[in-house]
Design a protein around this ligand. Sequence first.
Ligand code: SF4
Length: 366
Amino acid sequence: MSVLVQSGSGLPLQFARLLMDWQRLHGRSGLPWQGTRDPYRVWLSEVMLQQTQVSTVLAYFPRFLERFPTVQALASASADQVMALWAGLGYYSRARNLHRCAQAVVAEHGGVFPNSASVLQTLPGIGASTAAAIAAFCHGERVSIVDGNVRRVLSRLLAFDGDLAKTAPQRELWTLAQAMLPVEPLPDDMTAYTQGLMDLGATLCLRSRPQCERCPVQAICRAHESNTVLNYPVKTRTLKRRHESWWLLLLRESAAVGGGRIWLVQRPSPGIWAGLYCPPVFDSEAALIGALPAPWRKSLRELEPVAHSLTHRELRLHPLLLVVDAAGAEPLGMEGAWIADEALHLYGLPAPVRVLLRPWLQSQQP
Ligand code: SF4
């Protein structure tokens, strides 16, 4: 069933008014990326907040800004510096795109982010929703964000039953989102409306336990009225995760030789953890053992496996520790380099690798 909503008619007018009033009184405020019209800060926070909780971003955002206070500073950094600072936030393609985007802003737009959502979308890693957030927050453009939280809010509010796993219903919901925007917004209205949509999705219109009794738009919510809230959003395709095991060689330099170094390899691109640093990975224990000179094999020590979830995979990491003479380790024929413990924090390490290297990681980062 398609849903009819006319911009400027009763429902959108009521929704925008209720949402903005609620956001101004009860919405989230005081987050370090709020209260600014600086596109660099808004963009950085929007990218960090994709797939990552606010509490985690709160630790990374100030550190990132301190190191790269401007888009020019970020553009001129090396990829390794950016990845090192991003390490632990996951979804590393975001960091690679962040870096490329900063370089494009500097090279193609004179270091100034474009004003409109349509031009922002042409930059690397900036999708429709991120572009809308930057344009609405920084320039008051009348354009709607439609991320996962907002899709949930609007599909419930409108009892929109199109299958959001498919492109046509996604487009239809986008059109509806545009129709719900405030008409002729005052200067701060688009900020309150956009932030209100985000806050409602993140704090009340929750996936499995929506707090309808506290919701400012309960009186006009069609799913609530028909007691069908948990039927929305409709999405038929479910994500299938593949299970995979990796064996990681934690090759340590013997303390007697100098100590305090570990062998790391830069992950190939494209692929999982592309560009980050990791101990050598093997797809079986036999392959790992086979890569070692025979006299070393008896010194291998198995450590506790670590489980790690990626979007499409469940990884099980099996670490095997081997302490060797550095001089003897070089001819192994493996690509990589010895990294001193005190320098480990300068390298982009995937979150589970940070866990494995914790005994040696002398980092300032979490
Ligand atoms: Fe979501 Fe419930 Fe509010 Fe409707 S009433 S928008 S379902 S929280």
